[in-house]
Design a protein around this ligand. Structure first.
Ligand code: KIV
Ligand code: ZN
Length: 539
């Protein structure tokens, strides 16, 4: 009987970040990586270093800062993805090497369709390339993962051969991806069982599963793979990822946690951190979580029907299979307020896992005091929103300096905005719109001149009560001409960008979120230099 421990390999920062609009700044990625370490994931796939110098740098920073810290109780493995080429593998190694526990993950497609049309390689050539590149990765790094891309549609007999070659070349983890989300749970479970039974040398390796959600089967397929003997699950927070997304971490972890008798498997995840990391990822990517999403949706623990409420009042087990506090869905209400000092704030932030330097602390403390003047009780959720809004915004080419709106039933909604631009100068513009947010966005557009379409605009309150902080996430799509997208750069340049803002005034929060997304768009357009060279510091 194999061991019951399942390694959780989180790929939010790599496969997850490939979702349209999910592009995160390096500061945001670092914060997500810290959250993943606190959550207790075993492996953080921090990115695809060959994609761009910025990606390489972001992975390297995570390797240095998160891959050497035991804040989450133990040091996570930091992994970088590489195609099966020397140059990709070199870049992945350069990025992950500073981590205490580095991993290189290399992949090559094995389905007929991919080999014939994408790679234009024969089976023999694929076998040779796998042998050569896995051995090369292993010459650099002790811990090497290999994935036969599109394994779900590959000939199983050929897979056994490829995997055996990878094992002989030094692979320590063999990951089986259902790249296009095509398989069904029975098929995928049988594929994993077949691989375990027929691949020479596999008993000394970890078998991993990596599923996509095109048919809504990613979690079911992953669990079927684990039942068949896989001991690593590749997942993302909120299930974000290419197309319909990847397997959701929270779903797999809570299925194993809630049904121990059935699965007999466990993970090292601190489930009470799940809600928090879900929110962080949603804020930074601008990808909202659907209200009925399992485990982390706003309604996941809400009981509306009278008959359910009646049952719940009699005994919570009537309709509840998990307690909301098990996934951290009920935040503690630590009351910090007007009279709380810097020390109390620092202590609470440290308990939440934020280690701020003095200047960051100054910024956050000022915002905290300002908020405490307007809101009596400041909860952990408020503090997290405030830190995200204050510290983890993209570099600001254009920063909000002032906003005034007039709206209501008696006139035309009008907004006047004042922005500090990359030239250090203040720019003022006024516009009318269908509402105050529309007017403010039009006034901003007149200054920033970065044509885009607003794809998503979501507002919600961080806590209950009329004085609650409002959070806004937006997603915008830039036009090809602005982003200089040519047919050659088509696949490389992101088009959609998310932004997040929080304030007790939701029009201010909306403006901050829009500016955050616009600033990311401007970074991608290359108009004002690279991300690290902003002329304007946050105001
Ligand atoms: O879905 C996939 O095939 C991947 C591989 C790179 C593992 O993401
Ligand atoms: Zn994938």
């Amino acid at each position: 009987m194999s061991e019951p421990y399942v390694r959780i390999f989180d790929t939010t920062l790599r496969d997850g970040e490939q979702s349209p609009g999910a592009t995160m700044t390096s500061a945001e990625k670092l914060e997500v990586a810290r959250g993943l370490a606190r959550l207790g994931v075993d492996v953080i796939e921090a990115g695809f270093p060959a994609a761009s110098p910025d990606d390489l740098e972001a992975v390297r920073r995570i390797a240095i800062e998160v891959g050497n810290s035991a804040d989450g109780g133990r040091v996570p493995i930091i992994c970088g993805l590489a195609r099966a080429t020397k140059s990709d593998i070199d870049k992945a190694w350069q990025a992950v090497q500073p981590a205490a526990r580095p991993r290189i993950h290399t992949f090559l497609a094995t389905s007929e369709i991919h080999m014939q049309y994408k790679l234009r390689m024969t089976r023999q050539q694929v076998l040779e390339r796998v042998a050569e590149m896995v051995a090369y990765a292993r010459s650099l790094c002790e811990d090497v993962e290999f994935s036969p891309e599109d394994a779900g549609r590959s000939d199983p007999e050929f897979l056994y051969e490829v995997l055996a070659v990878a094992i002989r070349a030094g692979a320590t983890t063999l990951n089986i991806p259902d790249t296009v989300g095509y398989t069904t749970p029975d098929e995928f479970g049988a594929l994993i069982a077949g691989i375990i039974q027929n691949t020479p040398g596999i008993e000394n390796c970890i078998v991993s599963v990596h599923c996509h959600n095109d048919l809504g089967l990613a979690t079911a397929n992953t669990l079927a793979g684990l039942r068949a003997g896989a001991r690593q699950a590749e997942v993302t927070i909120n299930g974000i990822g290419e197309r319909a997304g990847n397997t959701a971490l929270e779903e797999v972890v809570m299925a194993l946690h809630t049904r121990p008798q059935f699965y007999g498997l466990h993970t090292g995840i601190d489930t009470t951190q799940i809600s928090r990391i879900s929110k962080l990822v949603s804020n930074y990517t601008g990808l909202p979580v659907q209200p009925n999403k399992a485990i982390v949706g706003a309604n996941a623990f809400a009981h509306e029907a009278g008959i359910h409420q009646d049952g719940m009042l009699k005994h919570s087990l009537t309709y509840e299979i998990m307690r909301p506090e098990t996934v951290g869905a009920t935040q503690s209400k630590l009351v910090l307020g007007k009279h709380s000092g810097r020390h109390a704030l620092r202590t609470r932030l440290a308990a939440l896992g934020y280690a701020l330097d003095e200047s960051e602390m100054d910024q956050v403390f000022e915002r905290f005091k300002h908020l405490a003047d307007r809101k009596k009780t400041i909860t952990d959720a408020d503090l997290e929103a405030l830190v995200s809004d204050e510290l983890y915004q993209p570099r600001e080419f254009f920063a909000l300096d002032g906003l005034q709106v007039a709206c209501g039933t008696m006139g035309m909604p009008t907004a006047t905005v004042r922005l500090r631009g990359p030239d250090g100068q203040l720019h003022v513009s006024a516009a009318v719109g269908t509402g105050p947010v529309d007017a403010a966005y039009k006034a901003i557009d007149a200054i920033v001149k970065a044509p885009n379409t607003l794809q998503e605009f979501v507002v919600h309150a961080v806590t209950e009560g009329i004085d609650a902080l409002g959070e806004v996430t937006v997603r915008i799509e830039g036009i090809d001409a602005l982003l200089q997208i040519s047919p050659q750069r088509e696949a490389e340049v992101p088009r959609t960008f998310g932004g997040y803002g929080a304030d007790t005034d939701i029009v201010v929060a909306s403006v901050k979120a829009y500016l955050a997304a616009l600033n990311k768009l401007l970074v991608a357009s290359g108009q004002y230099g690279s991300v690290e060279q902003s002329a304007v510091q946050p105001v």
